[in-house]
Design a protein around this ligand. Structure first.
Ligand SMILES: [Zn+2]
Length: 100
């Protein structure tokens, strides 16, 4: 099962709060949302706990990480399997938003 494989890859750790959880408390989050053309490849998927996924809500990842400094630090520490291209775009978005 794909979800399980992603959870195992991420060591059952939420990339936003950095805590480890039981599989039933975890969700899969898309780095680049499906509505923005994100696919279901492993490098576009990260493990997130239910609470963090709820906190993030419908915000774009860059918006969420900009607002939540701890989540931002954890994401760049733990989301090491995300495609480099997506990480680069994300960092560019964060830099841009800081200028607003
Ligand atoms: Zn979390």
């Amino acid at each position: 099962m794909k979800r399980r494989r992603i959870f195992e890859r991420d060591d059952f750790r939420c990339v936003y709060c950095g805590e480890r959880f039981a599989p039933e408390q975890l969700t899969i989050d898309h780095v680049e949302p499906r509505v923005r053309g994100g696919d279901r490849s492993d490098g576009n998927l990260v493990t997130a706990c239910g609470a963090c996924n709820t906190l993030k809500g419908h915000r774009r990842l860059s918006e969420f990480l900009r607002a939540e400094a701890t989540a931002r630090a954890n994401f760049f520490q733990y989301a090491v399997h995300v495609w480099p291209r997506l990480l680069r775009v994300l960092k560019e978005d964060l830099d841009k938003e800081e200028l607003d």
